[in-house]
Write a protein that binds this ligand. Structure first.
Ligand code: 4AD
Ligand code: MG
Length: 462
């Protein structure tokens, strides 16, 4: 891979073979062709010098166009020009694949809009931009795993197919093996899900939280990372129907411990990116977001803001801004409110805590005021909500009260209640949308460009 060339121990003036695709080619008048080849293994490409002594120079090399795939063998030398560090003096160039009708190649040399690239999603990985995003995505995941493991967290997989509706809000994707033409019915006409594969209604998971709580109450510190599904009909730049979520759960912790942990974790990721991904980040700086480096560094050296929901409401009321959705105590903060707080008011990540219980799920721990729950949302500029979490209700009687209030059946949560019946402990956790994190660190504002195969409502590319 080309990435090996840019490592410190590469030996120049040695023979080398490189496989890749052509990014550009130009001819010099004196019987040379300069070909730039990339293979996606790193941001850099490599320049190959082909001269007319190569046997296929006139028949093939002069006809190479962008996107053709080749194997080049030659000598790696220090470049004479100052555009690049190395180049390859080719002794052989084998063509693996031509590009049919170069004029109609969808990923031609010109700069394409990010929206256009979505229409050619099967080819867009060949562009610099998508390559950068995927490499950064890969690096951030590695950094997160490393950070969690170093802090004694174990990775526990959770089910993709489940009967749990953890968040209790929003539509879910049903999974069923019932014959659509001949659906078994109960006497009252409702669908008889007892005849279905699992003997009850099943869905694609919206969160693995309730599952990993069982492991946090045994191994103390655990996390899960996997695809998560929401059949929300939201056509926004921050919602996917299939996204990846990191969920962390820790026994013997409260909300403040979790807030500290979140801040350390994110700062570790930002630092790791600045240390390891500079070629990719520099590209984003020039192409997408001038302030990317300043932003990452600012996040590193400033403390995240932590305020109560109540303070957030007061700031919004005092702002004198006429929001579309009016602000009052008890309102579910809308994206416009969140964005005002984080982009106009504080301009750095903000953790909002202690929300009214009516706005949050059944499992969150009731505060002493009996009105709010120990919940947190982390908001970041340009994205809004990046993380949602809480201290969990570990007191059985309180949990039962909440289930009753919300009209949820105790029996359905029998195993979840068992955790509170046998050696219950305070515990807390959070979920972070992985694509939203990558969107934040790259400055690429639509998460459809962050996930390789975006799944959204009525989207049929894949
Ligand atoms: O706030 P949410 O719904 O929280 C939970 O699911 C909790 N059970 C997590 C936990 O405490 N273990 O989702 C968590 C995060 C959000 O903050 C957001 O970043 C992301 O998941 N998210 C989405 N990302 C992309 N597309 C969507 N449709 C998303 N819905 C939520
Ligand atoms: Mg949330």
């Amino acid at each position: 891979p080309i990435s090996e060339i840019y490592k410190d121990d590469i030996i120049v003036n040695s023979s080398i073979t490189v496989c890749g695709w052509i990014r550009s080619r130009r001819n010099s008048k004196s019987g040379f062709s300069f070909i730039t080849i990339y293979d996606g293994s790193c941001f850099y490409s490599i320049q190959v010098i082909a001269n007319n002594s190569l046997s296929n120079y006139y028949k093939e090399i002069l006809h190479l166009t962008i996107g053709c795939s080749v194997i080049v063998t030659g000598m790696l030398i220090l470049s004479l020009g100052n555009q690049q560090k190395y180049e390859i003096q080719a002794t052989e160039i084998k063509i693996l694949g031509w590009v049919e009708n170069p004029d109609t190649y969808p990923i031609s040399a010109k700069k394409h809009s990010i929206e256009y690239l979505r229409d050619v999603a099967h080819l867009r990985a060949r562009t610099n931009l998508i390559g950068v995003i995927v490499r950064i995505r890969n690096h951030v995941l590695q950094a997160l795993h490393y950070f969690l493991q170093k802090n004694n967290y174990y990775w526990v997989p959770t089910p993709i197919i489940t009967s749990l509706n953890t968040e209790g809000a929003g539509a879910m994707f049903r999974v069923s093996t019932l014959d659509m033409q001949n659906i078994p019915k109960n006497q009252d006409g409702s669908v008889d899900f007892k005849k279905d594969f699992f003997g009850k209604e099943s869905f694609l998971t919206v969160s693995g939280q309730l599952n990993i709580e069982t492991y946090a109450c045994a191994l103390s510190r655990v996390y899960t990372f996997g695809p998560t599904f929401r059949a929300e009909n939201s056509n926004t730049s921050r919602h996917l129907s299939e996204f990846w979520m990191l969920e962390v759960e820790s026994a013997f912790t409260n909300l403040d411990d979790m807030s500290d942990f979140i801040e350390h974790m994110l700062k570790y990721v930002f630092k790791s990116l600045l240390k390891n991904c500079m070629p990719d980040i520099n590209f984003l700086k020039n192409y997408i977001d001038n302030d990317i480096i300043i932003r990452l560094k600012k996040n590193l050296c400033m403390e995240f803001v932590r305020i109560d929901y109540l303070d957030a409401i007061n700031i919004l009321l005092n702002s004198k801004i006429k929001f579309e959705k009016s602000v009052f105590l008890g309102v579910d903060l809308a994206s416009e409110h969140e964005r005002f707080l984080v982009e106009k008011h504080f301009k750095i990540p903000v953790i909002i805590k202690n929300y009214p219980k009516e706005l949050k799920a059944f499992y969150m721990r009731l505060n002493d005021d009996k009105k709010t729950v120990a919940a947190i949302d982390l908001l970041v500029p340009n994205i809004g909500e990046l993380i949602g979490g809480s201290q969990r209700e570990e007191r059985l009687s309180m949990l039962d009260e909440r289930l009753l209030e919300l009209g949820l059946k105790k029996e359905d949560y029998w195993w979840y209640r068992d955790l509170r019946r046998y050696g219950t402990v305070p515990h807390s956790g959070f979920g972070m949308g992985f694509e939203r994190l990558i969107s934040y660190v790259t400055g690429v504002s639509n998460i459809r460009d962050i996930i390789p195969f975006p799944r959204t409502v009525k989207n049929s590319h894949f």
